[in-house]
Ligand binder design. Sequence first.
Ligand SMILES: Cc1cc2nc3c(=O)[nH]c(=O)nc-3n(C[C@H](O)[C@H](O)[C@H](O)COP(=O)(O)O)c2cc1C
Ligand code: SF4
Length: 301
Amino acid sequence: MNPRAVTTVVDAKKCIGCGACIRVCPSQTLTMKNKTAHVTGDKSLSCGHCEAVCPSAAIKVQALAPEMMLFASFNLDREWMSHGGMAPGKLAQLMASRRSCRNFKKTQVPADVLWDLIKFGCLAPSGTNSQEWTYTCLKDREAVLTLGAMVMNFFKGINQKAENTLLRKGLKLVGQNALDAYYEEYYESVKEAIDLMENHDQDRLFHGATACILVGSTPEASCPKEDALLAAGNILLGAHALGLGTCLIGFAVEAMKADKSIQERLDIPSRERVHAVIALGYPDETYEQVAGRKKPMTRFI
Ligand SMILES: Cc1cc2nc3c(=O)[nH]c(=O)nc-3n(C[C@H](O)[C@H](O)[C@H](O)COP(=O)(O)O)c2cc1C
Ligand code: SF4
């Protein structure tokens, strides 16, 4: 279906002609005629602003799937929360309490909870509201280990190359610094992680997670990487609220970027790109308090 197709329908009998929908519509899909809103535009972002703002429930945007607002773990209050309507301290506490989890219980995450996390992801903003996210769920430990083995294998190959001093220095001489930089930064820790995984059954890569969500996007997205990362941010916070721990696994993203066969073996179409890999599960760790952050470079102009 054309992503810009207009699926907005106005019930003329219910419309009171207030004009609120026209004011909030970003794509001039609606105009007022004879004191009633009419669909006159030939494009729509399907953002649903018109449906959400209408005081008489006169508008439906049919492209929006009602089930995406139905969560299995809780009932979503559909009333719009006004600006300033949430205690900011509670939100900051949630943000500060979300910590990357590196100790997971063996308990499996139910499929409907994974769906709830995907729905949290879909509540994120996306460039031109394209919502061209893709979510690949590794739903049990076995599936996580399958990806883990592929990622480990990739880094084993990189470590083998990085061990070769001649190759590293030669590449550096011709201006290719990446392998030397990798050697300095990651070689030792990757070597240790491979040894722990292969000889001591310790998972330094996915930290024992029992599920994983790979957040990607299709080429149709106008801001593919940004959209996927914003969705991932929602999932991290939503997971904490649902009692789950999460950890972003950048090593897996890097491996999938460099070795396209990993994506292929996971049956993810080659046209998609994975931008975030989120290890998750029930946390086997708690904290006493929230910690601080470094002070960032900031300027006010
Ligand atoms: C893009 C990105 C990639 C990351 N990759 C990994 C990873 O591969 N393994 C890991 O244990 N943590 C990873 N992390 C987690 C960071 O180490 C973590 O966010 C940081 O130490 C701050 O801790 P906090 O998340 O508990 O606030 C990643 C974080 C980001 C934003
Ligand atoms: S917001 Fe609803 S009531 Fe107001 S003009 Fe639009 S359709 Fe009519």
